[in-house]
Design a protein. Structure first.
Length: 356
């Protein structure tokens, strides 16, 4: 499960947060809206497949949703196919998907293209427990993480403290980059060279300097990057925090280090397609996603941090999975409209200059 880029311009993240925050302020007190006893029927969930869906079922859907008497139907496809189906069904009288799991960037794109229903927060009492920085008016965010530094402590004794460590000539030939994360490396290069998340022009000459200084190895997937660390072909990279935590659990010789520039954030959750069939069950599903026990369970299962402030994570798990208040304060969020407008040119530049 990974983030993908939005493809059309529109509202900035700041404006989206203002919209979500204003609506959340109007919510009644937590628990004031009881679950309806007559909720049931069939509910179709569009999601990633594989072990991601297995974890969703085991931690959340089987013990909470199916126990309620709701019959779940799973439509499991990669993101491009999932979005294509949503777009194809948007003009039908009734669609086939009730709830769709998406990243923040994908949800932004689908919302801009008129596919998603604005959330009725009066039906989501648990929404007010989403961290304020992660609230969006079209996505129920339940987990999040960020791009941070990853290194092999057997080869690098002093933990890296900045994205600029990727430029250090002493790591020439030992820097690994995951090709699909090109946009995150552009953001990292921007942040370390006086740019921002909303103006990355300074990133491109910096990345050319990176290529010249350390000759980074490019990997096609997270798995091949992990293999590069396993065989000690590479010693340092920048990766999703959840991936690093999971690999540490699996025994890969890596550690996580938080860069002084702050992590580049990615979040995941679920949305309502406009043509869904079973709206009552869909809202029940979205609200229960945010319960303290569910957010703790999915965080533990996926190694992402919970997107809510009241997750029932143990102190030990919170220390391993979550970010400290100081780290959270330095997080960097994408400007969705800016990224959508420029992503195609970023891909073209990356393929020509970093892969060539």
């Amino acid at each position: 499960m990974d983030d993908t880029r939005a493809a059309s311009p529109g509202l900035s993240r700041r404006r989206l947060l203002e919209m979500a925050g204003g609506a959340a302020a109007a919510l009644p007190a937590y628990g004031a809206i009881p679950a309806r006893a007559d909720i049931g029927g069939e509910l179709t969930i569009a999601n990633w497949g594989g072990d991601w869906n297995d974890r969703c079922v085991q931690v959340f859907e089987a013990p909470v949703i199916e126990k309620k008497g709701i019959k779940l139907v799973h439509d499991l496809q990669p993101v491009p196919e999932r979005k294509a189906k949503l777009l194809a069904e948007q003009h039908l009288p009734r669609g086939t998907i009730d709830v769709v799991h998406l990243s923040d960037a994908d949800a932004y794109e689908m919302n801009e293209r008129g596919v998603l229903e604005p959330l009725d927060l009066s039906r989501l009492p648990n929404y007010q427990n989403i961290r304020s920085s992660l609230r969006l008016p079209h996505l129920v965010t339940w987990i999040f993480g960020g791009i941070v530094m990853m290194y092999n402590p057997n080869k690098i004794a002093e933990p890296p403290t900045s994205f600029t460590d990727l430029w250090n000539p002493k790591y020439a030939g030992r820097v690994g980059l995951m090709d699909q994360l090109y946009f995150n490396y552009i953001y990292a290069a921007s942040l370390t060279n006086g740019g921002t998340m909303g103006d990355v022009q300074k990133a491109f000459p910096a990345l050319l300097e990176l290529k010249k200084a350390v000759q980074p190895r490019l990997y096609a997937s997270h798995q091949t990057l992990a293999a590069g660390f396993a065989n000690e072909e590479v010693w340092i990279s920048a990766e999703y925090s959840a991936r690093i935590i999971q690999w540490i659990k699996e025994g890969l010789p890596v550690q996580l280090s938080y860069p002084k520039e702050g992590a580049v954030v990615v979040s995941f959750g679920a949305s309502l397609p406009k043509r869904g069939k079973n709206r009552d069950a869909a809202y029940f599903y979205l609200n229960e996603m945010l319960s303290p026990q569910v957010t703790a369970g999915i965080a533990e299962a996926t190694s992402y941090a919970p997107g809510t402030i009241n997750s029932a994570l143990s102190a030990d798990l919170r220390a391993r999975l979550d970010f400290t208040p100081e780290q959270a304060a330095r997080m960097n969020f994408a400007d969705y409209a800016y990224a959508a407008k420029n992503d195609s040119s970023w891909v073209e530049w990356w393929n020509k200059n970093m892969k060539g």
